[in-house]
Design a protein around this ligand. Structure first.
Ligand code: 3HC
Length: 322
């Protein structure tokens, strides 16, 4: 699987020394291809992920909650731009990546294809989805590809705020009225299994994990991170007084035994058959089309500025030649 590495001088030595591969370093074509795939889909996930929570900005129960949610959604946009910039260091163009997303040839995380039915869902997304993101993304801060690892440092700091605000929303509901606590439990019941699926298929069914780990892109397997997420999250549910909707869940001292999610659901959602896939992609394509004028204006301005600079330079050269 890693045969191509031998043709690239210095690559394996850098990995073996736990060094970082930088954009100008020689790298196997497969390494570059895997990074473009993963970083692009990560970026797509951040951008599409703005939709489920964005739906609730106008319906937040207080000005404080609205301000926090707006900040979070804006952070996700920033994460997407950060990650598109990291992907571009590999020689791809973000316009092409967006076209691959819009035409269904690149993916985004399955988790964002579920509806946000109540305010408690916004708490569950922060607590569970951003919690899962932290578990998945902290190891990426040690990814062998420099720009991706560095982008993850800031992203993970902001994800911690995202997870805390989500937990606080649920903590407030769980200490409110019976109806509010029931709303929090309903959200946990609907978001628990899709959150476990975020970590990907089981290792035995993952075509990419072994190679990604050999290349130091992934530091842990899908199943290892899923287990880490469960072990971190179950005690938090206890603090909330909420029940994890898994009859097979039990404490084994240093870890929890839990029921595997239904991966056929994950594969169906990834194929485009989730509850909100069509709505999410249509909204994204429309937002892109509606924003064309901004991109055109920015490009025209940049071209004009470049022309001004070149005119100034040629005037100076003529002046000095005279
Ligand atoms: N949703 C959509 N596709 C998924 C998926 C999921 N939950 N899990 C796996 N897949 C896809 C993979 O992309 C791969 O398809 P591809 O080869 O066509 O790209 C296929 O299913 C097989 O899965 P593998 O496990 O073999 O693939 P990977 O090695 O790429 O592992 C991953 C999947 C764990 C998601 C990995 O890509 C990863 O860690 N990505 C970086 C983190 C990321 O993208 N997180 C997504 C959420 S972003 C987020 O949480 C934002 C936060 O602000 C809330």
């Amino acid at each position: 699987m890693t045969g191509a590495i031998s043709e690239v001088p210095g690559f394996q030595a850098t990995l073996d020394a736990d060094g970082r591969i930088e954009p100008r370093d020689a790298m196997p074509a497969g390494y570059r291809k895997t990074l473009i795939r993963q970083i692009a889909q990560h970026a797509h996930s951040e951008i599409i992920g703005m939709q489920p929570e964005g739906n609730w900005i106008s319906r937040a129960p207080s000005l404080r909650r609205k301000a926090i949610l707006m900040a979070k959604v804006q952070d996700e946009a920033g994460h997407g731009l950060y990650l598109y910039a990291a992907a571009e260091t590999l020689g791809v163009d973000r316009a092409d990546l967006l076209d691959l997303l819009h035409t269904g040839r690149q993916k985004y995380s399955s988790i964002f294809n579920y509806p946000t039915l109540t305010w408690a869902d916004i708490g569950a997304i922060g607590w569970l989805v951003d919690g899962a993101a932290i578990v998945n993304q902290v190891p990426l801060c040690r990814c062998s590809y420099g720009p991706y690892a560095r982008a993850m440092v800031r992203v993970c700091k902001e994800e911690s705020f995202h997870q805390r605000q989500g937990f606080e929303i649920l903590y407030t509901l769980c200490n409110g009225t019976e109806a509010q606590k029931a709303m929090a439990q309903d959200a946990l019941d609907r978001w628990w299994w899709p959150s476990l699926m975020m970590f990907g298929p089981p290792d035995a069914d993952s075509p990419n994990t072994a190679q990604s780990m050999a290349w130091g892109i992934k530091r842990h397997s899908n199943d290892e991170l899923r287990q880490r997420f469960v072990d971190m999250t179950v005690p938090q549910a206890d603090i909330l007084g909420l029940r994890i909707p898994d009859d097979g869940l039990r404490n084994e001292g240093d870890h929890y035994v839990f029921t595997e999610p239904d991966f056929t659901e994950l594969y169906e959602v990834v194929k485009g058959n989730g509850p909100c896939n069509k709505e999410r992609l249509a909204h994204r394509v429309k937002a892109h089309e509606d924003g064309a004028w901004v991109r055109e204006a920015a490009a025209a301005y940049a071209e004009k500025q470049a022309q001004k600079q070149s005119d100034k330079k040629s005037d100076e050269q003529q002046g000095s030649a005279a």
